[in-house]
Design a protein around this ligand. Structure first.
Ligand code: GAR
Length: 195
């Protein structure tokens, strides 16, 4: 059974989708939900699911990313995860942190990578006149929103779409895609899935 730690920064809807999927014959179980924001709504949801939680407020470390990550890492290592899932985790991780979890860290990003790494993905897709948008689950490497793509799901961009409306449509697909990719990944399957 693989042990999964999940890093969040906000409401944690993807975290909840992952947690809900890890039952029965699923090859993994959640062991920790950690956040850089003590007020992240997802922490309460994780605790309600009976999962251990940790909060390390990045603001207490100023610009010292290494010190923030060392504090975060102490919680993560204590949980002895096999796989680390970034689920709406909004801090950029240093190459040293990424290296430590190389080959066992996943991220979900709200665009069809390699299009639109970074922020404001939905607005950028609308402004570019794209007919389709979507989400990507990929392995994390030291380059932001890069790394081998493990899964993608697409949605149409509709006439008159706002960034919020499109984000909502993409989020529904995120909740399908991430659990599907994690299930395969935990079973050792690294092939790319398209939903
Ligand atoms: C999700 O849309 C996720 O793809 C995005 O943040 C949202 C978190 O929602 N992640 C990023 O933008 C990472 N760069 P959630 O907290 O409800 O899962």
């Amino acid at each position: 059974m693989k042990r999964v730690a999940i890093l969040i920064s906000g409401g944690g809807s993807n975290m909840v989708a992952l947690v809900n999927s890890m039952t029965g014959d699923h090859p993994a179980r959640p062991v920790l939900v950690a956040s850089n924001d003590p007020a992240a709504g997802g922490l309460t949801k994780a605790a309600a699911h009976g999962i251990a939680t940790a909060a390390v407020d990045h603001r207490q470390f100023g610009r010292d990313r290494a010190a923030f990550e060392a504090a975060l890492l102490s919680h993560i290592e204590a949980a002895e995860p096999d796989i680390l899932c970034l689920a709406g985790f909004m801090r950029v991780l240093t190459p040293a942190f990424v290296e430590r979890f190389e080959g066992r860290m996943l991220n979900i990003h709200p665009s069809l990578l390699p299009k639109y790494p970074g922020l404001h993905t939905h607005q950028r897709a609308i402004e570019a006149g794209d007919a389709e948008a979507g989400c990507t689950v990929h392995e994390v490497t030291a380059v932001l929103d890069d790394g081998p793509i493990l899964g993608q799901a697409r949605v149409p961009v509709l006439p008159g779409d706002t960034a919020d409306a499109l984000a909502g449509r993409v989020l529904v697909q995120e909740h399908r895609l991430y659990p599907e990719v994690l299930r395969r990944y935990a079973a050792g399957d690294r092939t790319t899935v398209y939903l």
